[in-house]
Design a protein around this ligand. Sequence first.
Ligand code: DSN
Length: 397
Amino acid sequence: MMKDKEIQKLIKAEEKRQEKVINLIPSENYASKDVLTALGSIFDNKYAEGYPSARYYGGQTYTDKLETICQERALKLFKLKKDLWHANVQPLSGSPANLAVYLALVPKGGKVMGLPLSSGGHLTHGQKVSITGKVWEQLPIGLDLQTELIDYKKMEEDAIREKPLLIIVGFTAYPRFVDFKKCREIADACGAYLMVDMSHFAGLVAGGAYPSPFEYADVVTTTTHKTLRGPRSAIIFSRKDKKRDDKSISTLIDKAIFPGLQGGPHMGQIAAVAVTLKEADSPVFKKYAKQIVKNAKVLARELSRLGWRVVSGGTDSHLILVDTWMNGNGIPGKEAEARLEKAGIICNKNTIPGETRSPFDPSGIRLGSPAETTRGKKEKDFTEIARKIDKTLRSGQ
Ligand code: DSN
């Protein structure tokens, strides 16, 4: 029991809320007790500026061991060779991880090519409101509005003409596979580094349920709290043999994280990431990753059957986008989100490709299966969830 009753009460209340709701936010999950124990451990008391065996403070016997184990587990989970790949496990979260890669690889004002929010990308893929869009110039990757898939042909033409220095692929709201091989070809055609932000689908890659980007990318960033089911943190993987001005990009990325962007690493987070990586390196996690995708497919199929327009006609991953507005024949995303919350289903409103409304009140909602799959839900449960969503959205229409 905590002495601070006010905060203890809030923790208990949030625990109850999390237990009670159906959580369909695709970027959330329920970390294990072991992960939370490591996160809240005494490692949080320790300053460890620097990297293993090269720190700016004494007392690093166990922090050095911990960080090294975490790095080794990261490489092992994604089947990466130690002599080819490096893992930096210090980024505090996904946005600083991505920012560090930009700082390491692209001079200020240089062009970066990425998916804007309207194509399902992330703020840090060069969106104007993010520092990544203020310091660097974003060349947007668009979708084919018929198929609602990445328009690789236009992406290639734009890249060859505009010559971005870095191409970033990855998403927060794109339900399909990304063709990493094609992205590599485009990066080679214009001389860009290829970075994949696999934050959303890292757990699926670990479990063999989504294509791995490592064969094609120079850099892969990921958060650790989404499908990977760990604490809020991030990892940057980089190829040791890739260079910028004769320096290994891994060395440049390490320097960009510390001392470029961050001070002391959060060692409690690193302990929790290490636990996460071991948990994910198991047959039971592989089964979990595959079940996530099965459940998302059922959700998409059932909602379509019930008359809702699912963007791109379905999903290959853990997330789906539903066009609830349907050109005025349905309800706006904001109202859909609010109505579902009242019914105990948590999701978020989201823009859809070719959005005609506003980001604050867009045409759709984004749904995902990872959190409820962690709670043991299977296809039949997701069929029920789809029916509940349908009933709730139609009530009051
Ligand atoms: N906010 C996260 C998401 O919900 O996808 C991305 O950082």
